[in-house]
Ligand binder design. Structure first.
Ligand code: PT1
Length: 263
């Protein structure tokens, strides 16, 4: 899954011109590099990011989804917590709702997901993007993330979302210390064993700098990102959400080639 951000800080001009054309060019590049899914988002949820209005978010993502839809038949997911944005995105051609709040943003979210009939990614986050990294605390991070995700899957199904439409995601970097992130990555086989497709997103995240303190800049974290996503692939995750599609696909292909020859 290749990441396409349409946020004002994601273009070199500083976001004065958030044209769908910039996004389409990026999307085409990721498809050419081997992305099987594009994840299009108009609101950053990384630690400390500012919220975006529903209106602005729709204005950012819908024209891009429509343009990518015209250019390619690659499956599109929309990275949003807002039901109205998901609704507009699905209408524009997306088929997956990637929700970092796991349908908790508003009371109607589970019903909207059921009504849309799309796939839904339910992600674990402790707290909210503005404050989630302040002092995250768990008794047993794996058990708590697992219980949360299973609970959200039950809520989604109770609202009418089909079991086959549900993906789960442990939410690397969302209200977790370095230790929490590493323990969750080590426990991926347990998440895979839950029987839902697992999405893993570790791309360029801060925990990598916890292991390699010289990796201050997100762009210095490619090696760590690939290591985390390969660990996910070994554990059997269904998809990895990445910026660096070409390098990740190459790493996954080499891993698969080795696996094919494993006695
Ligand atoms: C994710 C994810 C996402 N991550 C899903 N959607 C982001 N399903 C956005 C950091 O620590 O993992 N899964 N949508 C990006 N969020 C972050 C969080 C980016 C933490 C960076 C960090 O650096």
């Amino acid at each position: 899954m290749g990441i396409v951000n349409v946020t004002p800080d994601s273009f070199s001009d500083g976001g004065q011109f958030l044209s769908a054309a910039d996004g389409v060019e990026h999307a085409r590049r990721l498809i050419a590099q081997g992305a099987d899914i594009l994840d299009i988002g108009g609101e950053s949820t990384r630690p400390g990011a500012a919220p975006v209005s529903e209106f602005d978010e729709i204005l950012r993502v819908v024209p891009l989804i429509e343009a990518v839809r015209r250019a390619s038949d690659v499956p599109i997911s929309v990275d949003t917590m807002k039901p109205a944005v998901a609704r507009a995105a699905i209408k524009a051609g997306a088929t997956i709702w990637n929700d970092v709040t796991a349908l908790r943003f508003s009371p109607e979210a589970p019903e909207v997901a059921a009504e849309l009939g799309c796939d839904v990614v339910l992600m674990h986050m402790l707290g909210e993007p503005g404050t989630m990294q302040d002092a995250p605390c768990y008794e047993d991070v794996v058990a708590e993330v697992e219980a949360f995700l299973l609970g959200r899957a039950l809520t989604a199904m109770a609202a009418g979302v089909a079991r086959e439409k549900i993906w789960l995601d442990p939410g690397i970097g969302f209200g977790k210390t370095l230790e929490h992130n590493l323990v969750l990555l080590a426990a991926l086989p347990r998440f895979v064993a839950l029987g839902y497709p697992i999405l893993l997103g570790a791309s360029r995240k801060r925990f990598i700098a916890g292991v390699d303190p010289s990796a201050h800049a997100a762009s210095d974290r490619l090696g760590g990102s690939i290591a985390a996503h390969l660990a996910g692939a070994q554990a059997g995750v269904a998809a990895v959400r990445v910026h660096d599609v070409r390098e990740t696909v190459q790493a996954l292909d080499v891993l698969a080639a080795i696996r094919d020859r494993t006695a």
